[in-house]
Ligand binder design. Structure first.
Ligand SMILES: NC(=O)c1ccc[n+]([C@@H]2O[C@H](COP(=O)([O-])OP(=O)(O)OC[C@H]3O[C@@H](n4cnc5c(N)ncnc54)[C@H](OP(=O)(O)O)[C@@H]3O)[C@@H](O)[C@H]2O)c1
Length: 277
């Protein structure tokens, strides 16, 4: 195999070697199409191989790597396959994720575990597997980038989001902490904090989604942010700045605002005899 010459600039245009998880639908599928159109060599991951094939289309610079991010060994094998094909990685975008809400304050531990397994530990499995390939790219003269998709929900505690919001807040913290340890090793770290994006994940939301953007718009903003090596890629800015400001309020104010977001049917059926069955 011809050795790949890494692109030394920070722009995303060109021929970076990229691993993208969550590439079968929504934000990830839109990102995959854009990155492939820009000519990058992209390893596409998701559990559904047929969907990966559909996203890749005719692109011969796409590598299909179906994998479940919650399976650590399978993720290590996926990275091995990518390494064999690409000989290192300039960018890993760990975007796979899921969302399930708790109802009315009733804690469902298996639900919380499922959400953390995909959103936090899935990303951690990807980071563990991708880091040696990113380090190799560094040795080859590239300036590698590690990115993960968190959520604006990480900035402010919302009702029903105990599992989802906590998994994303943990992921943001993990990435921000890792950034400090990787800073002297020449690997950049970006955390993506989208507001609402119209995708299959949010299609089932039964509440209003202010300032929701399309997956294509989200992909454009993410690619711009990655190209600029922004550490915190958050959008739409009017919404995400507001949420960040809310998150900086004193606890009593955050509680007062958060309580107003509790749906009456959620609070009404809490602690009823039926809810305990
Ligand atoms: N949409 C929003 O408003 C929004 C806002 C903030 C953050 N986000 C985050 O953005 C990311 C993408 O979400 P989306 O809205 O584009 O949702 P989506 O359309 O449902 O896509 C989720 C992707 O994650 C993959 N995935 C889920 N669990 C997986 C697993 N165990 N192993 C491998 N892949 C898995 C899915 O692929 P398979 O099903 O094929 O495995 C799919 O490609 C997620 O991390 C989400 O939390 C979304």
């Amino acid at each position: 195999m011809a050795r790949h010459k890494p692109h030394p600039t920070t722009a995303t245009k060109g021929s970076h070697r990229i691993w993208l998880t969550g590439a079968t639908s929504g934000i990830g599928a839109a990102l995959a199409r854009r990155l492939l159109a820009e000519g990058h060599r992209v390893a596409l991951s998701g559990r559904r191989e047929e969907a990966l094939r559909a996203v890749a289309g005719e692109a011969d610079h796409a590598l299909l790597v179906p994998v479940d991010v919650t399976r650590r060994e399978a993720m290590a094998e996926a990275a091995q396959r990518i390494d064999t094909a690409f000989d290192g990685l300039d960018m890993a975008i760990l975007n796979a994720g899921t969302c399930e809400y708790l109802e009315g304050g009733r804690v469902d531990a298996p639900l919380v575990e499922r959400v953390f397994a995909a959103n936090l530990f899935g990303a951690v499995n990807g980071i563990e597997a991708a880091l040696p390939l990113l380090h190799r790219a560094r040795e080859q003269g590239s300036r590698p980038l590690l990115a993960a998709t968190s959520s604006a929900s990480a900035f402010f505690a919302m009702p029903r989001a105990e599992a989802y919001g906590a998994s994303k807040a943990a992921l943001s913290y993990f990435m921000e902490s890792l950034r400090l340890d990787l800073a002297h090793q020449g690997i950049d770290v970006s955390v993506i904090h989208p507001g609402f994006v119209k995708t299959p994940l949010t299609e089932r939301n039964d509440f209003p989604m202010p300032m929701a953007v399309s997956a294509e718009k989200a992909a454009t903003l993410i690619i711009e942010g990655l190209a600029a090596r922004r550490r915190d890629i958050h959008f739409p800015r009017r919404l995400t700045w507001s949420i960040k400001l809310l998150g900086a309020l004193p606890l009593s104010a955050r509680i007062a605002i958060g309580k107003r977001l509790v749906r009456r049917d959620d609070s009404a059926d809490r602690d009823t005899p039926e809810s305990r069955q």
